[in-house]
Design a protein around this ligand. Structure first.
Ligand code: MSP
Length: 504
């Protein structure tokens, strides 16, 4: 069977040693989308990685007394460890120091130069080193970098430029003809009002003031500007311009690039123009999400609100961090991270609703039927609504995932779990158990509950992969149909506590 493909990316992260819960948040959302598409039968390529060049890294390595490569190697290992703890199911972890990536970037630069879209000139301007960004005077806020608020430096050097101006009209036309290209739509207006309307200036795309970068093959004292290097990862990872470009042929264009709002301008202006110049198709969508803040502030060591995310994972478990990240922040808006709220979500949703339902149901199946239950179909009025709800869950989740409301998709599953607890309270199985004549009715009630838990656990796989596995294991049933089925049978294992409540 020829499966439909789906290519999703996160940004490639700066290995600067400060990975925080905000980076985890965006990666968890991307992972959930990737896993969801796999569940739906798509052939998925999910890519992440690290963006390792630039003066910032060079300086950090110098002060640590190691080479830049040694410096990043250690952090890359750490990053992979973090993603593995969070069950991030990437297909490719690209490092911009990978040989194939370097060769691809060099070829891209040369193609654009030969075409005349990259040309040599002189640069003098204002540069923010920590953000690796150039700014015009009017873009500065109080004379400082508008992104990070730090000092900018006057820089003058011989440099290559990419002709953004040449493609401005084509870009705006593309936006207009493809309303889904930039999401949420408010970000498109930001790009047009803040950057495009004032006229695109050609972009300086090489540096001579430091060496930790990809050399320009035909002018070795230049290294390629980190953003040209970094953006190319989305195609170099697929083997573009290499001997084996089968992945590129299969997966490009990307279905979605997930990026934070502050790097939207690179993804919605520079990247599309690079693709125009290369004669390649545009990604189908670029989604700009908001920031996760801590106590209302941007996360940063200098604000004292930075914590290694591993602390939370070790303390509460990966799925608790995943659940909280998905539920707490509407994707696209800013959100706030607080450990108190994480504990609240853990206690109220994961322990009380999900954990409790599974525990109660499996215990009753053990107690009343020695662990074995099939469908006796002794139904009452209350069952039809419940059964419909189980069967409709999959399409409700689908509807939310279509528009990337990942938190609401998980919310739909928890609505069913809540109703399942209510179904127990209303059908009172422990009362049925006292009446020998109600045995088949009791078995029907438990069967319906097991079906609800089974369907929920299948649909939870993309969001809470560990928990979903544990539930399936307790159910002893691997049927992966996403609807209520009439003729299933269960032989459950011993109940196991899924989430322990935490007292503040
Ligand atoms: N290296 C570039 C990306 C190049 S992609 C071709 C970069 N790296 S970064 O490490 O600084 O940021 C990576 C991503 O993390 C960005 O999308 C950024 O928005 C996101 N986040 C950084 N802090 C964040 C929060 N506090 N909350 C949510 N996302 C955050 O930019």
């Amino acid at each position: 069977m020829n499966k439909e493909k789906f290519y999703i990316t996160t940004p490639i992260y700066y290995p600067s040693g400060n990975f925080h819960i905000g980076h985890c948040y965006a990666t968890i959302v991307a992972d959930s989308i990737a896993r969801y598409k796999r569940l739906k039968g798509y052939d998925v390529f999910f890519q992440t990685g690290t963006d390792e060049h630039g003066i910032k890294i060079q300086k950090k390595a110098e002060s640590a007394g190691v080479s830049p490569k040694e410096y990043v190697d250690k952090i890359v290992e750490d990053t992979k460890d973090l993603w593995s703890k969070l069950n991030i199911s990437y297909n490719r972890f690209l490092r911009t120091t990978d040989k194939e990536h370097i060769e691809c970037v060099q070829k891209i630069f040369k193609i654009l130069y030969d075409k005349g879209d990259i040309y040599k000139g002189h640069y003098s301007g204002l540069y923010c080193t920590p953000c690796e960004s150039f700014w015009t005077k009017t873009q500065l806020v109080d004379g400082k970098c508008p992104d990070c608020g730090r000092e900018v430096q006057e820089v003058k050097e011989e440099a290559y430029f990419l002709k953004l101006s040449k493609y401005q009209e084509q870009l705006v036309k593309y936006y207009d003809e493809h309303p889904d290209f930039i999401q949420p739509i408010s970000r498109k207006n930001e790009m047009i009002n803040n950057f495009i309307n004032e006229g695109l200036e050609d972009l300086c795309v090489s540096r001579t003031s430091f060496t930790w970068g990809i050399p320009v093959t035909f002018d070795q004292k230049h290294v390629v500007y980190v953003w040209i290097d970094a953006l190319s990862n989305y195609i170099s990872s697929l083997g573009y311009l290499s001997e084996d470009d089968s992945l590129f042929k299969k997966f490009w264009p990307a279905d979605i690039h997930i990026v934070g709002k502050e790097i939207m301008r690179f993804h919605t202006i520079v990247w599309p123009i690079m693709l125009f110049a290369l004669g390649l198709e545009q990604p189908k969508q670029i989604f700009g999400h908001g920031w996760l803040k801590v106590d209302g502030q941007k996360i940063s060591k200098s604000f004292g609100n930075y914590k290694d995310p591993r602390e939370y994972i070790d303390k509460y478990g990966a799925d608790v961090v995943r659940y909280y990240s998905l539920r707490e922040v509407p994707f696209g808006s800013d959100g706030n991270f607080s450990e108190d709220n994480l504990i609240m979500r853990l206690n109220s949703d994961l322990a009380n609703v999900l954990g409790n339902l599974v525990q109660r149901t499996i215990s009753m199946v053990q107690k009343y039927f020695a662990g074995k239950v099939s469908n006796k179909k002794i139904r009452e009025d209350i069952d039809s609504d419940f059964i419909n709800m189980i069967s409709e869950l999959s399409s409700k989740v689908d509807k939310q995932m279509e528009i990337l409301n990942v938190g609401d998709a998980v919310g739909e599953i928890f609505d069913l779990l809540r109703c399942s607890n209510k179904y127990i309270d209303e059908t009172v199985p422990w009362v049925l158990a006292k009446d020998e004549n109600k045995k088949d009715r009791l078995e029907t009630v438990l069967y319906n509950l097991l079906e609800s838990i089974r369907v929920s656990s299948c649909l939870l796989t993309p969001f809470l992969p560990d928990t979903s596995d544990k539930i399936k294991n307790q159910l002893g049933n691997l049927n992966d149909s996403l609807e209520y089925i009439d003729d299933n049978s269960y032989s459950v294992n011993n109940p196991e506590i899924l989430f322990k409540r935490v007292e503040k």
